[in-house]
Design a protein around this ligand. Structure first.
Ligand code: SF4
Ligand code: SF4
Ligand code: SF4
Ligand code: SF4
Length: 309
């Protein structure tokens, strides 16, 4: 998967036609074969842009910064990233008319060891679902049954529509399944050990595109609920609250995990929520459908509630 040349050409054209003020993409980090996000502000710098299986970060996170707010922005999105973009649009955090979206029919990204990342192995929607133009060959990502077919971009030009003809088979995360098989006390001990390593830096929440609240209830400095304490108990409550704020919204991009200096397996919280919501809220999978609001907006009196404590 290498779309470096195409992305450089697209960005150059957008700047030449004065359609964007900034292009959010990836560049080499300068010391190994990994990449970092880059904000390019003119045609002279588009040669910095790259896109390969090392383009791991979710660039939608950069739509919440001052560098892009109220600007015309070009950006690259893979399947998972595009789902978070759909949510940002639905939650009125960005204006579609200010964006030019280069979607990727994604083949997966790799870690430092060159292995496909776990979320890519589990990926249910690799093709971008919101875009102005799409690079790559769509796999025809299946859609949740009973859901409308994603329409691609809200203002598509040459848009692709995921087939929608296949019914999505939910892929249960292997780590979540393994945890579920553990006796409760063992599971509790496991999580105590995990949360013990949290240093409450909040890099996880800052790296999540869907955590854009100006005043966050778990921020170390402002938290009244968690009093800024750096204890296992405070970390436990903060991370549980955080994961619930992402319930039905998390798109499994793993930006949070990549940012965590303590390498906590944060996907365990989010994937557990995702599976419960998929099972109980009409097969809801976050951000796959444009304009589809979060799972909790789909509340119906017929919803089962026996899983609620
Ligand atoms: S989770 Fe899916 S869309 Fe996201 S990087 Fe992996 S394969 Fe691509
Ligand atoms: S919680 Fe993590 S995996 Fe989920 S959308 Fe946010 S950054 Fe991505
Ligand atoms: S954790 Fe909750 S309050 Fe904080 S930014 Fe995320 S959604 Fe907002
Ligand atoms: S990034 Fe990691 S260490 Fe920092 S608050 Fe989040 S889970 Fe804790």
């Amino acid at each position: 998967m290498d779309y470096t040349k195409q992305i450089q050409e697209i960005a150059a054209k957008l700047f030449a036609e004065n359609k964007i003020d900034v292009f959010v993409g990836y560049r080499m980090n300068g010391f190994d074969d990994n990449q970092v996000p880059v904000l390019v502000t003119g045609a002279n710098d588009v040669s910095k842009l790259v896109f390969t299986d090392k383009s791991v970060f979710n660039l939608v996170n950069y739509l919440k910064t001052e560098h892009t707010r109220r600007k015309r922005v070009g950006l690259v999105v893979k399947g998972c990233d595009s789902r978070s973009l759909n949510l940002m649009l639905t939650e009125s955090q960005v204006k579609r008319e200010n964006l030019y979206v280069v979607g990727i029919a994604c083949e997966g990204v790799t870690d430092d060891a060159g292995q496909k990342m776990q979320n890519c192995t589990d990926c249910m929607v690799p093709d971008a679902v919101a875009f102005d133009e799409l690079l790559g060959t769509p796999s025809g990502s299946p859609t949740p049954s009973g859901s409308p077919t994603p329409s691609g971009s809200m203002t598509p030009s040459g848009s692709m529509t995921p087939s929608g003809s296949q019914t999505l088979t939910y892929k249960m995360n292997a780590d979540v399944a393994a945890l579920a098989a553990m006796p409760l006390t063992e599971r509790a001990t496991y999580f105590e050990e995990v949360f013990e390593n949290c240093i409450r830096c909040n890099a996880c929440r800052h790296s999540c595109p869907l955590c854009y609240c100006a005043k966050c209830c778990i921020d170390q400095e402002t938290a009244t609920l968690y009093n800024g304490a750096n204890t296992t108990s405070a970390a436990f409550h903060a991370l549980m609250t955080w994961s619930l704020h992402l319930a039905g919204r998390c798109v499994d991009c793993r930006n949070c995990e990549k940012a965590c200096p303590s390498h906590l397996p944060l996907h365990l919280l989010h994937k557990q929520n995702e599976s419960v919501i998929y099972e109980n809220f009409q097969e809801h999978l976050a951000g796959v459908i444009a304009d589809d609001r979060g799972a909790f907006y789909k509340y119906s009196l017929k919803d089962p509630d026996d899983f609620i404590l």
